[in-house]
Design a protein around this ligand. Structure first.
Ligand code: ADP
Ligand code: ASP
Ligand code: MG
Length: 439
């Protein structure tokens, strides 16, 4: 069995949804299709939630109506039969009635997550209606029946696997299953989600849960590029990446993949393919266990980083200092991305600022604390240690003119991370592209 995930732009127009239908029906292998919301929908739903959080019901209503109008325009171009269109009208009516009811009740975070779930529910139901209209046999799977996260918002892979396998066993002989990306249930049994871009994570979790032959991520570009194509001119797709390399790039900002989406597939050694819905024959990127890599392969950037420096003469020759520092971050469940140390100071970076004030206060008991916001981690991925002498030199030479706040090298053989002020990001990415890839 295989998994095919289609992102927002791949289902964002009626003709694209037709193309998705062609792609998912062309092979013989049983397939679980994971769909995102139509492009723009999740952003619109976030906007509705924000208006409600500010108690601005008029704005929320305007936003609901604008989104509703979009769906009313979408379905007649998707479906041709009276029966199909009537079904789509019912689906759209049901979900927009729900959004309109929310306008009348008191708003809270759990309701907000219910709002965010509407996009994937709508896209999968409309797609399923298209399959029905064309008499293509398929089974609709509700992700809320099997996809779950625990109290730390971590996916419960073994539970997911157990539940999904039991559901699939009820449909022997079926070859096509359609389900929602992104949405899940949390430990309170409320509707929740896997964070923005989470449909990739859903696909990888499903692939791991059923030990799929492949997890295909279909999007609007021909694979993982060697630099951010939104920022840098002249980037090119990478044919193969190892799981470690892909995980690093995803975590450090390559938007094509959700930051956590590699580990489930990696754990069960399910190859991941990044493919282009607009150009299905393009090779894309194959992500698998063993890949030969020489030199720098790709560069990604993660914004919204805060650097914290803790300086203390007590650190000199003392043991246990770092433990005390880390314990504070652990207490506030705040992950650290980068770390560098000297005899008297340690610098770390975080991207979750929800507990910054408390963390800072507790760190001050250990030494003087400096906080720098608006930083960017530039992550350079490849084989930097063995074979390729001088790879680091070309990295450093090409960003010679850019002030560097931190460097992390040697933590793993496939990554160098550099922290800079975000205002230098575009320059740094472009210069690295020219200096490292020689163009
Ligand atoms: P989807 O809606 O299919 O999930 P996304 O917008 O989440 O698509 O991801 C695809 C986009 O990621 C591309 O259109 C591209 O602009 C962006 N992107 C950022 N970095 C990279 C990269 N290194 N390689 C390819 N795409 C990238
Ligand atoms: N629709 C969700 C989002 O826009 C999930 C996804 O597209 O992967 O973030
Ligand atoms: Mg995405």
């Amino acid at each position: 069995m295989k998994v095919m995930k289609f992102g927002g732009t791949s289902v964002g127009k009626p003709e694209r949804m037709h193309q998705v239908k062609d792609l998912v029906t062309r092979g013989d292998e049983p397939t679980i299709v994971v769909l995102s919301a139509l492009s723009g929908t999740t952003n619109a739903l976030v906007g509705i939630g924000e208006a409600l959080a500010e108690a601005n019901r008029i704005l929320a209503k305007e936003r609901i109506d604008a989104l509703h109008a979009h769906y009313l325009e979408f379905y007649p171009a998707l479906l041709k039969t009276e029966k199909g269109r009537a079904k789509a009208e019912d689906i759209i009516k049901e979900h927009f009635e729900f959004l309109n009811i929310i306008l009348k009740i008191s708003f809270n975070e759990a309701i907000n997550r219910d709002i965010l779930a509407q996009g994937e529910l709508l896209s999968t139901k409309l797609f399923y209606t298209l399959l029905e209209e064309l008499n293509i046999p398929a089974v609709f799977l509700g992700a809320l029946d099997f996809m779950s996260i625990d109290e730390n918002s971590e996916p419960e892979l073994s539970k997911i696997s157990e539940k999904l396998k039991a559901i699939l066993a009820q449909h022997p002989g079926e070859k096509l299953f359609v389900t929602q990306g992104y949405i899940c249930k949390n430990h309170r049994n409320e509707v929740d989600n896997l964070k923005r871009g989470g449909s990739d994570y859903t696909a990888s979790l499903i692939a791991a849960a059923i030990n799929a032959s492949v997890c295909e991520i279909w999007t609007d570009i021909d694979g993982m590029h060697n630099n951010d194509p939104r920022i840098v001119d002249k980037t090119r797709p990478i044919a193969e990446l190892s799981f470690d390399e892909a995980a690093e790039l995803a975590y450090f900002g390559a938007k094509i993949l959700h930051p956590a989406s590699i580990w489930p597939a990696q754990q069960y050694n399910v190859p991941v393919r990044l493919l282009n819905t607009m150009d299905p024959e393009a090779h894309g990127t194959l992500i698998k266990e063993d890949v030969e890599t020489t030199g720098v392969k790709a560069i990604a950037a993660k914004d919204g980083i805060t650097a914290i420096k803790i300086k203390s003469s007590r650190m000199l020759l003392a043991y246990g200092f770092l433990r005390r520092v880390f314990e504070i971050f652990e207490k506030y469940k705040t992950p650290i991305d980068m770390i560098t140390t000297s005899e008297v100071a340690v610098s770390v970076t975080i991207d979750d600022l929800s507990h910054l004030a408390q963390i800072q206060k507790e760190l001050e008991a250990l030494g003087s604390v400096e906080v720098d916001q608006n930083q960017t981690i530039i992550c350079i991925v490849g084989n930097m240690v063995s074979e390729t002498r001088g790879a680091i030199k070309s990295v450093m030479d090409s960003i010679n003119n850019i002030p560097i706040r931190m460097v992390s090298y040697g933590g793993s053989r496939h990554n160098v991370s550099i922290l800079i002020d975000s205002k230098f990001k575009k320059d740094a990415l472009q210069s690295l592209n020219e200096g490292v890839f020689n163009w």
